[in-house]
Design a protein around this ligand. Sequence first.
Ligand SMILES: C[S@@+](CC[C@H](N)C(=O)[O-])C[C@H]1O[C@@H](n2cnc3c(N)ncnc32)[C@H](O)[C@@H]1O
Length: 240
Amino acid sequence: MRRQPWQPSLRNRLLRAWLARRGQAAVNVAGPHATADLELVSQVRSRTPLLLGDVPALQLLACVRATSDVPGALAEAGVFAGGSARLICEAKGDRALHLFDVFETLQAESADGTPETPAAAAVRSHFQRLHAKEADVRRTLARYSDVSFHTGVFPETAAALAGTSFSFVHLDLDLEGATLAALEFFCPRLAPGALLVADDFGSAPVEAAFRAYFRSRAATIIRLPWAQGIVVSAGAGPTA
Ligand SMILES: C[S@@+](CC[C@H](N)C(=O)[O-])C[C@H]1O[C@@H](n2cnc3c(N)ncnc32)[C@H](O)[C@@H]1O
């Protein structure tokens, strides 16, 4: 029997089955915009360490753009070398972006012997010597307007933004305590229609933080099959 145009070839089906067994998928991007986005992701990856895969990176761009008419600033908690921040910058237009990371600040022992907070101890023990330098990330993002750095241990670094409303937030902190603190800080400050995108959704620490925060709160959360979760805000804006 002749194969119909919509039916995949045997080779195609075998390839897809083989990828599926490895937890991978073949994705066609559609249209010139998506092709240009894929080129952008690959260009950013070639210049800046980017810990997101191609599909989550495309999703990040799409979500930033989807909030272009929502009032409020953008934020990323968990910046590392600035790869995902650079993608956010490419899509944010002239909206303000707030970046939160410890960068190199936990690499030296405290000079005066002040005991570390539990949040700082958790970051130090999880990331150990893995860090990026704030000055390098500033250089990477220098060409984009209205980008602010809040360097240090989150959520202490967020206090100055208590009155800010957010249209888009990217959470990529890996740790349960930091992710829960970020949900507690950002969710009440999401404008109606805002999006909060979490990376590593499905990892035990991020799942535990989401379960704890949303146990007693109603929310629309889209669980994407590539370890991203999206919270769609129906919120009433800042309540701080
Ligand atoms: C997975 S990396 C971010 C990767 C980046 N979004 C990307 O895609 O290229 C996580 C970052 O979160 C930072 N981080 C984790 N917990 C933190 C906290 N409580 N305060 C500040 N930074 C934190 C770490 O230092 C690390 O740089």
